[in-house]
Design a protein around this ligand. Structure first.
Ligand SMILES: NC(=O)c1ccc[n+]([C@@H]2O[C@H](COP(=O)([O-])OP(=O)(O)OC[C@H]3O[C@@H](n4cnc5c(N)ncnc54)[C@H](OP(=O)(O)O)[C@@H]3O)[C@@H](O)[C@H]2O)c1
Length: 300
């Protein structure tokens, strides 16, 4: 049994696409999820008194904050509505977690997104680039980061982009959407002028472990560090996973002319900073795609 074998970690969003993989793979920790449906300590993260009571009663020294309203299109429908669930969960919920971390002296690991950027930069974003969100989800996540930074708590902010898992979740991630679209013949043309930085969740789990163990303060980009067009990613999925189907090139500008919400053109991030800290290198996106299991059904 090693030193960390029974370390308790208190988290939010541990049932989500990313958080549930962390719980599954980091078996050396005892995770407890802060949740309204908790059997003995139901906690609404938008209520400071409830969050404080739950955090104060926990022996955990680290808080992992994954919970968020992540539907970007639905968030856009709530734009400028500070009573809306996106603002309440993403901003107020994070303010409360950061305040609880500060008051209890626990370290906060906060998960953020490349959508805090406007997507206009041609190169991959670094931690030095100023945030400049262009839609409501990104805006709420930028305010959430600000709340963490201003709280006085010790924190590690980890920004990711387009997370995908080796196994299926209850909603398809970026790779499963490509596989499903290709095999079902429903894949829309894939943009050759839209760039993303996919994040392999199974590998990102190692970054979470590093955050829990090292409590290194600051903002870190924790995607793959690579920059892919949608089209090239779909092509790689076809090649590596042997997925048949027709792949057509699409144009983001033509799509945006008909779209009623803004899109970031580039959300790729450089992970140069994180690389100096991580004990082992991250997998490449091609290596990660090769680990995607198409032979198992969704269990969640
Ligand atoms: N998915 C992406 O494309 C993406 C990209 C970049 C960054 N991120 C960030 O990564 C983190 C995890 O995202 P994800 O994709 O794993 O999210 P997800 O699958 O949408 O899960 C969201 C999690 O938040 C919880 N949650 C939502 N509202 C809550 C509330 N009011 N109180 C308590 N818990 C609440 C959900 O709990 P229930 O299941 O009980 O509702 C669920 O566990 C988020 O901070 C997100 O902003 C995600």
């Amino acid at each position: 049994m090693n030193e960390t074998s029974s370390q308790q970690v208190l988290g939010t969003g541990l049932s989500g696409l990313v958080g549930s993989k962390v719980v599954e793979l980091l078996t050396q920790y005892q995770f407890e999820n802060i949740d309204v449906a908790h059997p003995t300590k139901p906690t609404d993260i938008t209520k400071l008194d409830q969050v404080l009571a739950t955090v104060e009663s926990s022996p955990a020294t680290v808080l992992l904050h994954f919970a968020a309203f992540t539907d970007v299109t639905k968030a856009w429908e709530q734009r400028n509505d500070k009573n809306g669930v996106a603002y309440q969960v993403n901003v107020v919920g994070t303010q409360n977690m950061a305040e609880a971390a500060k008051r209890t002296g626990k370290h906060l690991v906060h998960i953020s997104t490349a959508y805090v950027f406007d997507g206009e930069k041609e190169a991959s974003y670094t931690e030095e680039d100023p945030v400049h969100p262009i839609e409501w989800y990104g805006q709420t996540k930028a305010w959430a980061e600000e709340a963490v930074i201003q709280s006085g708590a010790t924190y590690t902010i980890l920004r990711i982009d387009q997370p995908f898992r080796s196994d299926p979740f209850n909603r398809p991630d970026v790779i499963r959407r490509l596989v499903n679209g290709l095999t079902q013949g429903t894949l829309p043309p894939q943009f050759t002028n839209h760039w993303i930085g996919p994040t392999f969740v199974d590998d990102f789990v190692n970054v979470i472990q590093w955050g829990i163990e090292s409590k290194t303060p600051g903002i870190f980009h924790a995607s793959s560090g690579e920059k892919w067009t949608d089209y090239d990613l779909a092509k790689a999925v076809q090649d590596i996973l042997h997925v048949p189907g027709e792949l057509k090139e699409g144009d983001l500008d033509a799509y945006l002319a008909k779209s009623n919400r803004p899109y970031q053109r580039n959300t790729a991030m450089s992970t140069e900073k994180l690389r100096h800290y991580l004990p082992q290198p991250q997998l490449t996106v091609r290596e990660a795609i090769a680990r995607v299991r198409l032979d198992v059904a969704a269990t969640r």
